[in-house]
Design a protein around this ligand. Structure first.
Ligand SMILES: [Zn+2]
Length: 320
């Protein structure tokens, strides 16, 4: 069986997985990213953790075929350079050559949302679909589209950033510089922001007790729990969030019509609680609703492992 390493570098954590075949994770290692340190220092951790993962799994490091790397930002898969990654403070980092230089392995790189979508396409919710799209809903919204085992990147490797599709013109400011981006409403932080706005209008909401009077303590689970317990403001916030999520999903389906649209990230733990009403709104609004075939909106299957499974398979991307 093929052995490959998948690397998922986020703003908070660096996770390495040793993957056998397409998706069998033999060992996983993690450390803090400590964003802001030089890329060389992070690459030393990637090398060390890769070797530790091999040792833990009883695998000879020499038997590992490749290393795949994913992080947020603009990952040029052809040049192997991270052209820009805001949360890592990286600009034009030759990450492929740095990792390859230290490990001696062929290295393949991509954007982390693309990698997660690729993982789901190969071994998760999209494995039986020709065309699948994955939304990873966390602090922001990562999106990836895979068409018959090929990741859609745009000509400049900056494509499929649907989190920065504006859904409300002149809406909430986004770190990208625009206003009203999808991820400012339909991410976990969007839900928290909406909830905070509604709480200001309702001093009696149980959410004030749940967050001990400090909105900074709010999180998705607290909000969904309060909604399920019948708190009117929490219910209104959840309904508003679902409306925003469905608005973007409908537009994405109108544009791309993937066979499968998988929803992943922390909020997907709510499962049918959010997916059923999203499907209901989409079924009313989708341009192609009178057609015969419809995209399936499902929960992503690989959870937090989508990134390492996707990157571990990057070596074969495009191979038919
Ligand atoms: Zn934006």
């Amino acid at each position: 069986m093929e052995l490959n390493i998948g690397v998922d570098l986020g703003g908070t954590n660096l996770v390495i997985g040793l993957v056998e075949g397409e998706s069998n994770i033999l060992a996983k290692k993690q450390t803090a990213t400590n964003a802001g340190r030089p890329a060389e220092s992070i690459v030393e951790d990637i090398d060390r953790l890769s070797r530790e993962a091999a040792a833990e799994a009883g695998v000879d490091f020499a038997d590992i075929r490749s290393i795949g790397f994913g992080s947020t930002g603009i990952a040029n898969s052809t040049t192997g350079r991270m052209e820009f990654a805001a949360n890592l403070f990286w600009s034009d980092v030759p990450i492929r050559d740095l990792i390859s230089g230290l490990t001696g392995k062929p290295v393949f790189i991509d954007n982390d949302a693309n990698a997660a979508a690729y993982g789901e396409h190969l071994a998760g919710a999209g494995k039986d679909a020709d065309i699948s799209m994955t939304l990873t809903i966390g602090t922001g919204i990562g999106t990836g589209l895979v068409i018959r085992n090929e990741i859609y990147r745009g000509f400049n490797f900056a494509g499929m950033e649907a989190g920065h599709m504006v859904i409300i013109q002149d809406g909430r400011p986004c770190k990208c510089g625009r206003k009203g981006c999808y991820e400012r409403y339909a991410s976990a932080s969007g839900l928290i922001y909406t909830t905070g706005e509604f709480m200001d209008e309702d001093p009696a909401s149980s959410l004030w007790t749940a967050c001990e009077g400090e909105k900074i303590r709010l999180n998705g689970r607290l909000i969904f729990d309060a909604a399920d317990a019948g708190d009117a403001t929490a219910l209104r916030a959840v309904d508003t969030f679902i409306g925003h999520l469905a608005c973007g999903v409908t537009s994405l389906l109108n544009m791309f019509q993937p066979e499968i649209l998988a929803v992943g990230g922390g909020i997907s733990a709510q499962g049918e609680r959010i997916l059923a009403p999203v499907r209901e709104i989409v079924s009313r609004e989708l341009y192609s609703r009178f057609g015969k075939n419809h995209a399936k909106i499902v929960k992503a299957e690989l959870g937090n492992d989508a990134g390492i499974i996707g990157t571990a398979n990057l070596w074969k991307e495009g191979i038919k």
